[in-house]
Design a protein around this ligand. Sequence first.
Ligand SMILES: Nc1ncnc2c1ncn2[C@@H]1O[C@H](COP(=O)(O)OP(=O)(O)OP(=O)(O)O)[C@@H](O)[C@H]1O
Ligand SMILES: [Mg+2]
Length: 355
Amino acid sequence: MFSLGLGRKQAPLLGIDIGSTAVKVVELARVGLASAHTFQVTSCALEPLAPMAVVEKKIADVQAVGEAIRQAVTRCGTKAKAAAVAVPGSATITKVIPMAVGMKDAEMEGLIQLDADHYIPYPLDEVNLDFTVLGPSATQGEVDVLLVATRHEVVDNLLAALEIAGLEAEVVDAEPYALENAAILAMGAQADGQTIAIADIGAQATRIQVVRNGRAQFSREQGFAAAQLLDEIRHRYQLKADEARRCLEAGELPDNYVVDVARPFAEALTQQIGRALQFYYSSTYSKPADQILLAGGVAVLPGLEQTVSSRLGVLAYVANPFAHMTLGPRVPGQLIQRHGPALTLAVGLALRGYD
Ligand SMILES: Nc1ncnc2c1ncn2[C@@H]1O[C@H](COP(=O)(O)OP(=O)(O)OP(=O)(O)O)[C@@H](O)[C@H]1O
Ligand SMILES: [Mg+2]
């Protein structure tokens, strides 16, 4: 059984998020007493990717992605060689299955192998399988076991890109779980007993998931994100694609951008988030979200927090995955400040070093 690193217990890992627009690297160190530890960000870098290097969340140009990882790792000055990377939720199949309490890992593994074809719609020799015990299930004497299956082809490209950068993957996580880890850590005790929706608004898609008591309840992707905002900016201000992006990211758009573009876009994005949540609410065991956390590069869109909060009637916040963390001497504060929400996934992956 290939290890996705679920349940791994070891030291620092480089959290590496290979997004559609950039590779993001975060390394964390645990500081303070074991009983009351916090984290320090020891390395952080963001390296832009060429437009077609990652397409629809899949690595299309392994060499370009590998070089970008290498650049990012060199720039952030880390010596670490072990990485935690993520596969998109859409490329993984997760199932929660009940199993008898008290089984050893090897016994569970055997049973899962035997039964996996009931849960996974692919031939077993085409997938990597891993599992972890989530906790007691609703039925007495049973535990819920999370089974994660990922197609080899997705993982193989990831591993090849890391190899170009001289790194090795110790953990291959599913994106929703890594995002969830980062969000829960940032919220601290506020997350207890809450139903939290996380919207990761990236380049091509917005991924919405709902987490309750540390468990993913629901995950859905809407094909509406920065690409549509950039299209609108391009048309309205007659800019080329790369200029539109540069102006947006540098905050160099005309004064009417906020009223004429950002606000209507915030409304449209809110509708998309609301639509995804409707799917969740129509499922049997759903509970209304108590909070909505906005992550990804578009989370900082002016007025988005307020629009989501007022239209959906649920408090929305921009994610700050570095809340409660200190910055090490090598870490550029400006990077953290400008790209905090976009680094949420990389933080969640780096946290896998401290499960
Ligand atoms: N101030 C801003 N307002 C709105 N959008 C922004 C801003 N700054 C950056 N963006 C956009 O956010 C996007 C990058 O976000 P992010 O880093 O979350 O994407 P990604 O992880 O590369 O993509 P994906 O997760 O979809 O693969 C870019 O398209 C960028 O133009
Ligand atoms: Mg992303």
